[in-house]
Design a protein around this ligand. Structure first.
Ligand SMILES: Cc1cc2nc3c(=O)[nH]c(=O)nc-3n(C[C@H](O)[C@H](O)[C@H](O)COP(=O)(O)OP(=O)(O)OC[C@H]3O[C@@H](n4cnc5c(N)ncnc54)[C@H](O)[C@@H]3O)c2cc1C
Length: 496
């Protein structure tokens, strides 16, 4: 069968799933033809959307598609930033949104077995309600799904101490080609018996199989968590401070950064210097520049860098870590604040994204990683690259991991600027490789970064990567075109 036979595809899938659970060729503006990369021009051409209600139905969808040479694109919450869940090459979008059961929740054994469509937020909430913690904390938790998090190996601020999603996956249930429900891993505390197929599926972005349920390990929730925000004079001071934290043997759960340009945009967006009324951070002020108690944190006008830190653990541990951090960072800092409400701090920090977007109408942001000791060089050279292309830049991210959201501000109606942003991206990825980093820290490769791995890995490693894809998906029907290690010719026009 030709994959262009939309009517036949829909008719056959309706026979399997029931008429109400299959949509025919959704319009371009349908959420099923988009993800959160749609401002970068990624749009799908799905011929059908399948909404299976069980793992067995997912297997039936994949089996039918595989037999009839129809591409299958797994879709979670659609919050991906690289076009991974978008059917750019047509085919069937297989949405996991109806797989929302929690098959097992064993607080005493620190584990949970949710189906793929359970939202990240619900996994976190269920863990919390049982005195436990699901540590990964990617930013779009209300909408993203645990299956999508596993498929992208999502991270977040707390990945510094607790690792990315894959660190918490004990086992997976997935539909593998040509349509078989398979379980890998399990609750065994140790298991070195086979090749690590579970870890191959983690981060595979729907290109090796469709995940239907996830065995998750949980942790007892820390007794307390203490946030701090540290303002430093320069980027060099900030990067040195990050390295100093490690050298001192401290283990914060979060060590994020906001650079000076982003701080200035945030300050302007919130009328004046710093998070003004309404986004103020209640708490007590510490450090060289702010020794009085205050209800609001003002970003010092001279601040060239900020570190958002969090320490957690037992009360005694967390306080000891906090005191050590303040002692280590306080002297060189313009100000160190301990907000009473961590959520207000994160709300303010999350304001960076919209504020930076609003500054010139649009932005192009790339998720890259530099080795810690090259972070300063990476940030400086990224700024120089952007300036050479006459674009204003800024950066923020998970400093302790060297993970940078490197951003240029553009006018979306200005073709010259959009071309320049594309050129900046090319030079940035070359820089990342030169400095020994990674072209993708947490947002995956998807469609927008297809072929980027080619510059990062050795030829033999790339071959193995492709052979693994072929072993799992000999017909190349699982999310075709995504996560490609190599890509012959690329036009990555990135309208935002
Ligand atoms: C505001 C915002 C903040 C964000 N912050 C972070 C962050 O802090 N850290 C981070 O890592 N990411 C972040 N992201 C990106 C995104 O939220 C993550 O990549 C997330 O893990 C995607 O999950 P999803 O369920 O939305 O997946 P989707 O976007 O639906 O899909 C993503 C990829 O996974 C595949 N996939 C989805 N479900 C399955 C499944 N069940 N089986 C097989 N493949 C599947 C898709 O085919 C696609 O390739 C952010 C995005 C936004 C919009």
């Amino acid at each position: 069968m030709m994959s262009s036979d939309a009517g036949v595809i829909v008719g056959e899938l309706r026979r399997v799933l029931g008429a109400e659970h299959v949509q025919e060729a959704p319009p371009a503006q349908s959420p099923y033809n988009r993800d959160s990369s749609n401002r970068r021009g990624v749009e799908g051409r799905a011929q059908a959307v399948a909404l299976p209600g069980s793992a067995e139905q997912v297997a039936a969808v994949v089996a039918w598609c595989y037999e009839h040479d129809v591409p299958v694109v797994a879709r979670g919450g659609g919050t991906g930033l690289t076009g991974g869940a978008v059917a750019v090459n047509g085919g069937v979008v297989c949405s996991l949104e109806r797989l929302r059961g929690v098959r097992e929740l064993e607080p005493g054994l620190w584990r949970m077995f949710p189906e793929a469509g359970v939202s990240t937020h619900d996994v976190q909430r269920l863990a919390r309600e049982n005195g436990l913690m699901f540590a990964p904390d990617p930013g779009a938790a209300e909408q993203s799904q645990i299956g999508g998090n596993v498929a992208t190996n999502a991270g977040g601020p707390h990945a510094l101490k607790y690792g990315v999603t894959g660190a918490w996956v004990a086992g997976l249930e997935a539909v593998l080609a040509p349509g078989e429900l398979v379980r890998v891993g399990g609750w065994a505390g140790k298991d070195v018996a086979g090749y690590d197929i579970k870890s191959l599926l983690v981060g595979s972005e729907g290109t090796l199989g469709v995940i239907t349920a996830v065995r998750l390990r949980l942790l007892p929730a820390p007794e307390t968590a203490i946030p701090l925000i540290v303002f430093l004079p320069t980027r060099a001071d900030g990067c040195a401070a990050i390295c100093a934290v490690f050298a001192a043997g401290l283990r914060p759960s979060v060590l994020d950064f906001i650079d000076g340009d982003t701080l200035r945009i945030l300050a302007a967006a919130y009328r004046g210097v710093g998070p003004g009324p309404g986004v103020g951070l209640a708490g007590s002020a510490r450090g060289a520049g702010a020794s009085r108690a205050s209800d609001e944190v003002a970003v010092p006008a001279q601040a060239g860098f900020a570190l958002i830190c969090e320490v957690d653990g037992s009360r005694a541990e967390a306080h000891a870590q906090r005191d050590a951090l303040i002692e280590l960072l306080g002297d060189g800092a313009l100000a160190v604040h301990e907000p009473a409400d961590a959520r207000a701090l994160w709300r303010w920090r999350d304001g960076a994204n919209p504020a930076v977007t609003a500054a010139r109408g649009a932005k192009v942001s790339e998720d890259v990683v530099f080795p810690l000791e090259r972070l300063l060089e990476g940030l400086e050279r990224f700024e120089r690259i952007s300036s050479a292309h006459a674009l204003r830049s800024c950066a923020w991210g998970h400093g302790g991991d060297g993970n940078v959201h490197a951003t240029v501000l553009v006018d979306p109606a200005n073709e010259t600027e959009l071309d320049a942003a594309e050129a900046v991206g090319e030079e940035l990825f070359a820089l990342v490789v030169e400095l020994g980093g990674s072209v993708a820290g947490e947002h995956g490769v998807g469609w927008l970064k297809r072929g980027r791995l080619e510059s990062q890995w050795d030829r033999r490693a790339l071959e193995l990567h492709e052979q693994i894809k072929h072993a799992f998906d000999p017909k190349g029907l699982l999310n075709p075109g995504k996560k490609l290690a190599r890509y012959p010719a690329r036009s990555l026009r990135t309208t935002t």
